[in-house]
Design a protein around this ligand. Structure first.
Ligand code: APR
Ligand code: ZN
Ligand code: ZN
Length: 392
C-alpha cells in the first residue's frame, strides 16, 4: 500500500462558500481512453433539492474503468467528471433539502431514493421512480444543466455522482448521511462495491445459512459478495477467476475453493457441479462477461439454483439461455446496488461495518492522491488492485 501523508482532522469544508461558486480541482476526462487531466474547475452552488459536498475520498470501480474505455454507449458527453464511490462532508444544501445539513458526513449513491414515489414506498424494489441509476444521464435533473465548468465550458456529470472532484453537486436523493464517527475512508466502499456485493447476497438472493455459493470474478464486487455470503453462513464459497493472482487475496477474505477456467479442459460449470454434487445453490456473476454469465447460470443446482447478475453487461447482447432451461428450476435475477434502498438502509450497513460484523479490511489495496488517478486506473485495468483509494 502506498503511503499518503497527512491525515484529516475535523471539518474540511471551506468557510463562507455557501451560495458561491467554488473553484477547486477535479480529474476531468476529455475523451475515452485519454489520461485524466487535473483541472481547476468551477462548481456552482446547489439548486433546489440539490446538495454540494466536499469529497474527501473516492475509489475506482470497474464501471468507471468501462466508461473510461468507452465500452458503454452512454459515454458520449465530454468533458466529464467520472467517479461514483466516495465519502465526504456536506458543504451546503439547496432549497427544500431537509434531511441534510452542512457538516454531515455522507456517502453518495448512484441509485437514488426519494422516499416518496410508488417505487420507494414498495418493499419489493430499490429503484426510485425519479432518481434510479441512469447511465445515460449527464446533467442535473432540475434544469438539464451541469454544475461544473472548466474555463467557461460545461463539464458533464456521471452516474449522478461525479466524485473525481474536490466538490460535487448531487440530488439530495443520492446523498446518504452516515454516523459522524464512521471512518470515511472505509465508508467510501459503501457507495458502490461493498454494498452491491453484500446486498446481492442478503437482499436479492436472500441466501440462507449453509448454502453453497459460486462467485464469478474476484474483484472488489465479487469479494464483497463473498463477504456477504460469509456473514450469512455459507458452507462453501467457490471463487472463479481467470487471473490466478486474485486467489491469495480472496482466500484471506472468506473464499474457500478456487477454480481458474484456464486450468481445466472442460467448462467451469461441469467442474463446479462435480465439486458440489450437482451445482451450487447460488451463483453470482461479477465479471460483466457474457460467456461467464452462461457458465454461472448452468453452475447452479437444478430445481432451485439461483443466479444473480451483478456485473454490468453492455448492450446489445441478450441473455444467453433458452427459455425452456428455466423449466429445470434454475432462476436468474439482476441486482442493482445490492437491492439496498440507499438512504434508508445504508446507515445500518455502516453500523454493521463499524461493529466488525461486516469486514471491510482488505478491500482497499492501494492509496494514492487524486493527481495520481491515471496510475490508479492502470492498476485496476491490470487487475492489480481491488480498490485504490484516492485522497482529495
Ligand atoms: N472469468 C472469470 N473471471 C473473470 C473473467 C472471466 N472470463 N473476466 C474477468 N474476470 C475477473 C477479473 O480477473 C477480475 O478479477 O473479474 C474480476 C473483475 O474485477 P474488477 O475489475 O476489480 O471489477 P469490480 O469493480 O469488482 O466490478 C465487477 O461489477 O460493477 C460491476 O462493471 C463492474 O462488471 C463489473 C463488475
Ligand atoms: Zn461501481
Ligand atoms: Zn422514489
Amino acid at each position: 500500500m502506498s503511503a499518503v501523508n497527512g491525515s484529516r482532522g475535523g471539518l474540511d469544508v471551506l468557510p463562507g462558500t455557501q451560495g458561491k461558486v467554488i473553484t477547486c480541482k477535479a480529474a476531468v476526462l476529455w475523451g475515452p481512453n485519454e489520461p485524466f487531466v487535473i483541472e481547476e474547475i468551477q462548481v456552482e452552488p446547489p439548486q433546489q433539492l440539490e446538495v454540494r459536498i466536499r469529497v474527501l475520498y473516492t475509489s475506482i470501480c470497474h464501471t468507471d474503468l468501462s466508461f473510461w474505455k468507452g465500452e458503454n454507449e452512454a459515454q458520449r458527453k465530454f468533458p466529464r467528471i467520472l467517479g461514483h464511490e466516495a465519502a465526504g462532508i456536506v458543504e451546503s444544501v439547496g432549497e427544500g433539502v431537509v434531511d441534510l445539513k452542512p457538516g454531515d458526513h455522507v456517502v453518495p449513491i448512484f441509485n437514488g431514493e426519494c422516499g416518496d414515489c410508488v417505487y420507494c414506498k414498495s418493499e419489493k424494489t430499490n429503484l426510485c421512480g425519479k432518481y434510479r441509476v441512469d447511465p445515460f444521464r449527464s446533467t442535473m435533473l432540475n434544469d438539464d444543466g451541469t454544475r461544473f465548468s472548466v474555463r467557461g465550458q460545461p463539464v458533464y456529470h456521471f452516474l449522478s455522482t461525479s466524485t473525481f472532484s474536490e466538490y460535487t453537486v448531487l440530488d439530495y436523493a443520492c446523498v446518504v448521511k452516515i454516523d459522524q464517527k464512521a471512518p470515511l475512508e472505509k465508508m467510501c466502499l459503501l457507495s458502490c462495491g461493498v454494498s452491491t456485493g453484500v446486498g446481492a447476497v442478503w437482499n436479492t438472493a436472500k441466501m440462507e445459512a449453509g448454502a453453497t455459493v459460486a462467485v464469478f470474478g474476484l474483484g472488489g464486487v465479487g469479494l464483497a459478495v463473498a463477504e456477504g455470503a460469509r456473514v450469512n453462513g455459507a458452507s462453501r464459497i467457490i471463487g472463479v477467476d481467470i487471473n490466478p493472482d486474485k486467489f491469495a487475496k480472496a482466500k484471506t477474505m472468506g473464499v474457500t475453493d478456487f477454480v481458474n477456467p484456464k486450468d481445466w479442459d472442460r467448462p467451469v460449470h461441469q467442474v463446479i457441479r462435480e465439486m458440489t454434487e450437482g451445482g451450487v445453490d447460488y451463483s453470482f456473476e461479477c465479471a460483466g462477461n457474457y460467456e461467464v454469465l452462461r457458465e454461472a447460470f448452468v453452475s447452479t443446482h437444478d430445481g432451485w439454483g439461483m443466479t444473480i447478475i451483478v456485473g454490468i453487461h453492455s448492450s446489445p447482447k441478450m441473455l444467453p439461455l433458452h427459455p425452456m432451461e428455466l423449466f429445470d428450476g434454475r432462476g436468474i435475477i439482476g441486482s442493482v446496488f445490492g437491492g439496498f434502498k440507499g438512504k434508508t438502509q445504508l446507515p445500518s450497513l455502516a453500523q454493521k461495518c463499524m461493529k466488525g460484523e461486516v469486514n471491510l479490511e482488505g478491500f482497499i489495496t492501494h492509496e494514492l492522491r487524486m493527481q495520481d488517478i491515471n496510475q490508479a486506473f492502470k492498476l485496476l485495468n491490470e487487475g492489480k488492485t481491488l480498490r485504490c483509494l484516492l485522497h482529495l
